[in-house]
Structures are given as C-alpha cells and as structure tokens.
Write a protein that binds this ligand. Sequence first.
Ligand code: PLP
Length: 415
Amino acid sequence: MEKGKGNTLDGPAIQRIRNDFPIFKKVINGQSLVYFDNGATVQKPLQVIQAIENYYYQSNANIHRGVHTLSREATELYETARNTVAAHFNVANPQQCVFTSGTTEGINLIAGGLSKAILRSGDEIILTAYEHHSNILPWQLHAQERGLKLKVIPLKSDQSLDIAAAMTLFTDRTKVLAVAHVSNTLGLITDLQALFKIAQQYNVITVVDGAQSSPHMPVNLPELDPDFFVCSAHKMYGPTGIGLLYMKEKWLTELPLFKTGGGTIKTVTFEHTEYAEGALRFEPGTPHISGAVGFAAAIDYMNSIDMSAIYKHESELVRYAQTRLLELPEVEVYGQSEHKAGVISFNVKGAHPFDVGTLLDKYGIAVRTGHHCTQPLMQLLGVQGTVRASFAIYNTLEEVEYFIEKLKRVITLVS
Ligand SMILES: Cc1ncc(COP(=O)(O)O)c(C=O)c1O
C-alpha cells in the first residue's frame, strides 16, 4: 500500500507515511519536529489513535463472561487482537500470545514463574553485557532470593558480542539464556542462532527480549524458536501499557504462575483453584482492552508497509547516520557494526551527553541521552551515558542530514 518499488520505500511513500502521524504538525522550539527518540517510544499513526477512539466510542465493556452484546463485542475485539498479534509473529496458536503491560512485565512473569519452581539454588542464568535493566533486574532479584548465579556474555574490543566467550559460559548448571534481540543502546543485532545452538546442547530455556527488534524487522517466532519472547506495543506504533509475552506451547501449562486473580480461572473454592487454559491463565484482572485493540491496529499498520521494507529503510538511515558521524573527529560512535537495527549511540568527546541532547532540542531534534537503562554497559564502555539517535519508518535521510548539520554547530558550542 505505502510501498515503493519491491519492498523499498521511496521518498513519496515515506511522505505519505509521515502524513499518518499528526504529531509531525507540531512545532518544537520554532522548528519542525525531528523525532529520533524512537527507541524509547515511537509516535502513533492516526490508524492506531482512531482504533482506540472507536473502541471507546462504540464498544467499551468488560470482556469475557459477559452475556450482553457490548461485552461480547469487546471480547471479540480483544481476542481478534490476540489473533492479529499471533499471525504477525507467525504463531499458529494465538493462546501462546499472552497480553502483558509490556516487555518489563513479560520478563517479570517469566523470571518469577521459573524461579518459583523450575530454577534451583546454584542454577545459572546467562545474559549479555548490553541487556536493558528490565532484562537484568528481574533475574537479579530472584537470583538473590533463590541462590541463582548470573553470568554475562562479554563484548569484544570492537563492542560486538563475544560469541566465542559465550560458549565457555555454558555449563550443566545453566538453565536460562535471556538476551536482547537488538541492543537498545548499541543497536547491535544479537546472533541468536549461534547462541541458541549452544543453549540447545545444554537444554537451556531461551528468553528473547524483543523490545527493540519487533519495531524494526520481521520476526518469525517458530523459525527463531525461543521458549519465550517479549515486546512492547508502544515501540511498535501502538499504545503504552500493553505488550506480548509469547511462550512455547508447553509453558502454557508448565510455567508456574507469578501473578493471579480474576479472569484466570475455571473454578475457585477457598481451598483450591482450577485455572483456565491458555493465555487467560496469565492475564489476571481486567486487561488493557483498548490497548489490545490499538496494538492490533499498530500491527496492521506496520504490515501495510511491510516489515522488510521497514528494516531496509531504517538500516539505510542507521548506515548513513553512522557514516556521517564517523566523519566527525569530535564524535565517538559505539558498537560500530553494519549489522544494526534502528539505533545509533555516540558521544561528542569531552562533552556531557545531556548538554548535546539539550542543544539539539533547541533545533527541534529529539534524541535520548543518558544510560538508556543499560548502566552495566555504560560501565563497560567507560562512559556515564551516550547520545542515542533511534529511527522509525517516518524518519528521512534529509532529517539525518539536518541532524548532522546541527550537531556540527553543537560541537562548536560544547568543545
Ligand atoms: C531492550 C529493551 N528491553 C526492555 C525494555 C523495557 O520496555 P518497557 O518499558 O516497554 O517494558 C526496553 C525499553 O526501552 C528495551 O529497549
């Protein structure tokens, strides 16, 4: 629909896409908004905003167990949204797709569930050096409580993940490999195939934090074949407060419950509860119904463009931004790989990232500055923080050009 030739997006196609996003009418500090903070959250197209609005105008009711028309309508919308999410990730059984409040909650449900009954004192969990705090803290919390050990796959001197070193970390006590599919700070794409190959030899449970892959590239879950995969709708053009926890079918019955309550059951007595089967077992309380509707609309939106085209366009932006940044001797770029998705991190040598970000904002350019919830990575890089430019489908090469031009001015101010 919005495609250019093949799965390449041309300038007019991107312009049509930009027109879907009302926020781009906004003027920031007298300038057109250049939004490069997509790693934190992306802007929302009208199609998503309207789907949520329509839900509240037309269909709002609590779901499941309602006999009245509106409740059945809302239930239908909620379960259809689950089907849409499942189909997007090529999951045949939508029950394997649990709605959560986002990536962070998904990881908490996995870590909490596994540590309740499956993990034993002395068991090991392997993470990468570039994990987001959301994929460190839940494991750390349970590690402390249950006597588990966290191990970290280091980075090589070129700041890519050291797969050879990873091989030496696995032992018979390794029970979980929990890794970011794409680093939210460096943009590096994790070689999951290589890691999963080792994990398989040791019969290790695999958890993929897909918060930064799901917005930028096609993800085929059966092909990838993790035990668990989590992501957040708000990074995928959908609303905040909703996300996906995918699990392999066996975990629907084998993952111990970490959160429970109304909506998750078949029968309850004061002595015993028989739980519902499938996704509902993991969705206590009234869920984020309008969020699920918006999530599905966001997925439809991304698919109307095509995930491969999104990946191609954003890779071009990253490559171009990286090339231009590397031309500036005052700039240091972290994780200098061609194999990146949507994200680039850098510093102006000798300048605080906050100062760089604040000055760029004066030109209407929104970047994120700081540790990006990856403090252990910052310690490894030996910096307090970085400036992160992260791209989405509506960003253009002209915006990258404008950003480089203004960054040059900023450099003269901070140097
Ligand atoms: C790689 C990664 N993991 C986890 C999260 C947490 O996502 P959320 O805040 O939507 O739960 C983020 C958010 O920035 C992220 O980039």
